[in-house]
Design a protein around this ligand. Structure first.
Ligand SMILES: [Fe+2]
Length: 316
């Protein structure tokens, strides 16, 4: 719920790509697949590039900002181990927000191997943050698992005050070394129906997706494969803001809504990245006041070991 001292402004926080570590409970058998290479990469590269201390500092700053809602757009894990997700859940628990004020979707690192995706382990662990206010909607009931990798749990819709969060999954077990994403035709059809649902009329509709819905980087082995189909859906039914992660850097682009009305598309940098000032550990805040949205970035300042506002831009 919106804090009364903020007037009409709804403060939304967006945190993405924390890449928590946690091997507790894992057995050697868990690594007899794509995880073997991923874990090697984790030990050689990610441990150096992603620092858990930065996540703690970010959480402190986030608590101090006291947002009305927190959106987390995936890559909680590195190789989809329950230990990594439990570390994420413990972090979420200490954010100072009620479960109803938190929305979670998975990233490609949370869908690392097919058996984990099929088990729905992620959806069961994070269920409190993936509730669906439109579960009764005819489009939701038409779920079912369609083609391989399709996720029937998505999209979900959470209506909070005047804001509707629409959680999409673009994360599939790729079966190769790629980090590409795909929403799938069935989920896209449900997304279109839900965005157009009367329950969302007059709400600020915020779509959450892990992969960038526009091409930011050339390597198609890491891009959203059906981004053109998503753009077509948003072109027909619109949205007010799209938030994504995946690229570990701040990105701003836009898609066209009905009548050519621009839809801001904002990518957040990684919450735990140790690099230079441009990409170092960061998160975004969105001050939503009806159709007026202001984008604020808070990033870790290494010399002072504190988070500071590094961007304030009006989106719409
Ligand atoms: Fe990712």
């Amino acid at each position: 719920m919106r804090r009364p001292d903020r007037g009409a402004t709804f403060l939304l926080a967006h945190v993405t790509d924390p890449h928590f570590r946690g091997f507790a409970g894992a057995s050697p058998m868990d690594f007899m697949n794509k995880r073997a290479l991923g874990t090697l990469n984790l030990l050689v590269n990610r441990t150096r590039k992603h620092k858990m201390e930065l996540l703690e500092a970010l959480r402190e700053d986030l608590r101090a900002q006291a947002p009305d809602h927190l959106a987390l757009t995936g890559d909680f894990a590195n190789v989809s181990l329950p230990g990594e997700w439990r570390a994420a859940l413990a972090w979420i628990d200490r954010c100072g927000l009620e479960p109803a004020a938190i929305s979670v979707i998975p990233g490609n690192h949370d869908a690392y191997v097919e058996s984990v995706v099929a088990s729905r382990a992620f959806e069961r662990l994070f269920a409190a943050y993936m509730t669906n206010d439109l579960a009764h909607h005819p489009a939701a009931a038409s779920g079912g698992v369609a083609d391989a990798g399709e996720r029937a749990d998505y999209p979900y819709v959470q209506i909070r005050d005047g804001v509707a969060f629409v959680g999409v999954s673009s994360s599939v077990a790729t079966g190769d070394s790629g980090a590409w994403g795909r929403i799938g035709d069935e989920q896209l059809a449900r997304l279109e129906a839900m965005l157009a649902a009367p329950e969302l009329a007059g709400k600020t509709r915020v779509v959450l997706i892990h992969h960038p819905p526009v091409r930011q980087k050339h390597g198609e082995d890491r891009n959203l494969r059906d981004r053109a189909a998503l753009a077509a859906v948003l072109g027909r039914v619109g949205a007010d803001l799209v938030l994504h992660g995946h690229d570990h850097q701040d990105e701003r682009s836009e898609l066209g809504g009905p009548g050519g009305k621009p839809i801001p598309v904002i990518g957040g940098g990684s919450a735990s990245y140790t690099g230079g000032p441009e990409r170092r550990s960061r998160y975004n805040l969105f001050e939503v006041e009806g159709s007026r949205i202001t984008w604020v970035t808070r990033a870790h300042d290494e010399p002072s070991d504190t988070f500071r506002e590094v961007r304030r831009e009006q989106l719409a």
